[in-house]
Design a protein. Structure first.
Length: 295
């Protein structure tokens, strides 16, 4: 009995069963990774309640990725998003990790993790370096997948494009959202066009979704307004672009006005940050892969 009294409710449950903490989450921090691979730090902190009803909690979310994971995100989570995190802790019995702390001193530059969570009725703490709790593999995979998805969702440079968003084309609001999410500057991958600064731009100018491509200030560089669009697949869309005429310049002969069809495939965007584009009548109609630039 004396020993039990020293343990909080959460800690006691984790020693004798897989029962989860029932109190409100106060703070959560999960770090994992290795020197030669991605290293992530996630923090979730309860900072107050919504003024509207005083019941819904407000949580701050911070995600920092290092090495191969380049991210620096600060956002606010909804109650349902935090509830989903708690559900993962419960479903994968992450509470059973509590008290685990082991390291393998014989391995350098290995994988490490640390988890610390505080609830209104107790706490959870675990860490390891090349040593893991029995059910670590499944629980870590679920936590990592969910937390990284939140980081991508709230990172302006790395945003998920959902099938429902693509499927809402040609709705103007959906198209505007897609243009905004895709950002402003993309560079074709070096293996396809190693000596070129070939770019594609998506952006809204005065409320008109626009599209540009090519080597700017040359006959290959064109920009126009998206006058129609429609979904052709879960992550695929077709854009119809009006290209206004451009008079001859010092380095080219200009070109007449035209209508061009552009095919966009964003199925790889959420995982790799890449999109594919094919333009009828340009470069033989070949698909080109683009990655987002910093400019």
């Amino acid at each position: 009995m004396g020993i039990a009294l020293l343990l909080s409710g959460c800690e006691l449950f984790s020693r004798i069963s897989t029962k989860a903490c029932e109190g409100t989450l106060q703070s959560f921090e999960y770090n994992y990774g290795s020197f030669f691979d991605e290293y992530w730090n996630f923090q979730i902190v309860l900072i107050g309640t919504e003024a509207a009803d005083g019941d819904a909690a407000v949580y701050q979310f911070i995600a920092k990725g290092h090495n191969r994971a380049d991210a620096d995100v600060e956002a606010y989570l909804t109650q349902s998003e935090v509830d989903q995190l708690i559900k993962i802790l419960r479903d994968y019995d992450v509470y059973a990790w509590n008290g685990f702390s082991k390291i393998d001193k014989n391995i350098l530059d290995g994988f490490s993790f640390s988890l610390e969570a505080r609830f209104s009725d107790g706490s959870l703490k675990a860490s390891g370096y090349m040593k893991y709790p029995k059910n670590f593999k499944e629980g870590h995979a679920a936590l990592a997948e969910y937390l990284v998805s939140l980081a991508k969702k709230y990172d302006s440079q790395t945003v998920f494009l959902s099938p429902s968003l693509i499927g809402a084309l040609p709705d103007k609001e959906a198209l505007s959202t897609i243009c905004d999410l895709l950002g402003k500057s993309w560079r074709v991958t070096p293996d396809q066009y190693p000596n070129s600064a070939l770019l594609a731009n998506f952006f809204n100018r005065e409320g008109a979704p626009s599209f540009g491509y090519g080597l700017y200030a040359t006959s290959f560089g064109r920009h126009g307004e998206i006058i129609d669009s429609y979904a052709t697949g879960a992550y695929e869309m077709t854009l119809i672009i009006y290209i206004p005429a451009r008079p001859p310049g010092e380095i080219d002969d200009g070109y007449p006005e035209s209508i061009q069809t552009v095919y966009v495939d964003v199925s790889r965007f959420s995982e790799s940050g890449q999109i594919r584009i094919k333009i009828e009548g340009f470069a033989g109609g070949e698909w080109y892969t683009y990655t987002q630039t910093q400019s």
